[in-house]
Design a protein around this ligand. Structure first.
Ligand code: HEM
Length: 183
């Protein structure tokens, strides 16, 4: 493969890796510090519609960026000769004995945690928020549904905050890789 092409592959993998990280962290910051406060300043019924509409769009960005991060991360390792296509697939410094390997492993664990939180928000909590109230249900059932919705909204807020902190820690660990890692 010509050197020029190899150089450009390194550049593009790094560029899309950083773009994925910027969209993930930027989106979480906007949800937390821009949308959240704005939502608290409008009537609850409108806040719920606004929350629903924006969160649906944000989830597409979340899954897109998490996909970009892992694919470009693995392609970068492969391009740097740290992943090969025969056992053992990972080559030094991607090993537990090296700070680089330990740092990258913790970044991978953080990425997995972000995916688990994403699955919980997308497939468990959001359906609870969006379900319609069917006609003729009792007042007690309406209260129970409202309670479950409020609880789901609170859990989504906690998980989104935890995701922001985790992604910021992963970014710090990522920035240390060029210097051999910090773990
Ligand atoms: C949420 C998770 C992650 C975040 C926030 C993150 C962040 C970063 C940052 C800030 C850098 C340094 C800037 C750069 O060189 O582009 C970086 C580099 C890198 N990341 Fe990620 N990363 C994440 C997950 C991963 C995963 C899961 C992998 C591998 C499967 C990975 C592989 C790499 C590689 C190979 C580099 C280049 C390191 C070097 O120059 O030696 N990253 N990452």
């Amino acid at each position: 493969m010509p050197d020029e092409l190899i150089k450009w592959l390194h550049i593009l993998y790094g560029y899309f890796h950083d773009l994925g990280i910027a969209v993930y962290i930027g989106g979480a910051v906007a949800m937390e510090f821009v949308l959240g406060p704005a939502q608290n300043s409008i009537p609850p019924a409108q806040a719920q519609v606004m929350g629903q509409k924006t969160a649906d769009r944000f989830l597409w960005l979340v899954w897109g960026s998490l996909g970009f991060i892992i694919v470009t991360g693995l392609l970068r390792l492969q391009r740097m000769g740290m992943i090969v296509d025969e056992w053992p697939f990972f080559q030094p410094p991607v090993s537990w004995d090296e700070s680089y390997g330990r740092t990258l492993f913790v970044m991978f664990l953080i990425w997995c945690a972000l995916v688990v939180n994403g699955v919980l928000i997308t497939f468990v909590l959001r359906p609870r928020l969006s379900g319609k109230m069917s006609a003729g249900i009792s007042a007690a059932q309406v209260n129970a549904r409202q309670g479950s919705r409020l609880q789901a909204a609170r859990w989504i807020m906690h998980l989104t905050r935890a995701d922001l902190v985790l992604a910021l820690i992963a970014a710090l660990l990522g920035a240390s890789l060029k210097w051999g890692g910090i773990l």
